[in-house]
Design a protein around this ligand. Sequence first.
Ligand code: GTP
Ligand code: MN
Ligand code: MN
Ligand code: MN
Ligand code: MN
Ligand code: MN
Length: 211
Amino acid sequence: MEKWTKVSWEEADEITDVVRAAHCAFWCEPETKTLRDTPIKALLMMQLRFDGLLGFPGGLIDAGENILEGLNRELREEMALDNARFPVGKEHWVSAHLRQTQQPDGSFKKTQVCHFFSKKLSKEDFYEIEKKQLEADHWGYENFGLIRAPVLEFTAGSVAEKYPGRGFAWFLTHSFISCAREQMTEMIISEGILTKDEINRYFEMSRNPEL
Ligand code: GTP
Ligand code: MN
Ligand code: MN
Ligand code: MN
Ligand code: MN
Ligand code: MN
């Protein structure tokens, strides 16, 4: 059993003897505003991982690295990101989740801190970064492809009528690594892409899929 709680940057800093990881959401406003008459709300970069799960690019902070050094190195390894042009800094920090894992005696032990960042890009930069991923050292090993999460407004329009419960609602039913689904939905709300009510509506729809 696992327990997740959110902690501040400072609180996270003070926790000792845990594994630290950092991942980042890159996103931009959509180029095309609609899929037929269904609005695309944002382009949001995620990753198909080697283990089959969806997550964000990023990874473990190695010994001797701080959070930002580790994150930027992982982004270079997994996406061939040009760190000088697209640095991720503290100003992009969104959240930290503390994972506690239940021990055989029933108690919970702090095991991991997952830092999460969000960086908005121009459309041109987003497209360029997507294309460059094939040059990444870890492409095809850790990163099996950067994907766009289908953040479509799937509650109205002819496509939504034809495929009720699909689109973003259906995307939510995939298997995500660790707390990546929570990170994604929180970031979509904090960046103003969808409201909390809209996200809840998609969760509701995803529980009643009609395929
Ligand atoms: P290696 O270099 O092979 O060790 O992989 P990595 O450093 O790239 O690590 P990876 O990104 O696979 O995962 C690091 C830790 O964070 C693991 O415990 C994962 O379960 C977790 N993790 C991976 N992706 C995400 C993500 O998008 N969000 C969250 N919250 N955790 C993640
Ligand atoms: Mn087609
Ligand atoms: Mn990695
Ligand atoms: Mn990784
Ligand atoms: Mn690593
Ligand atoms: Mn690695």
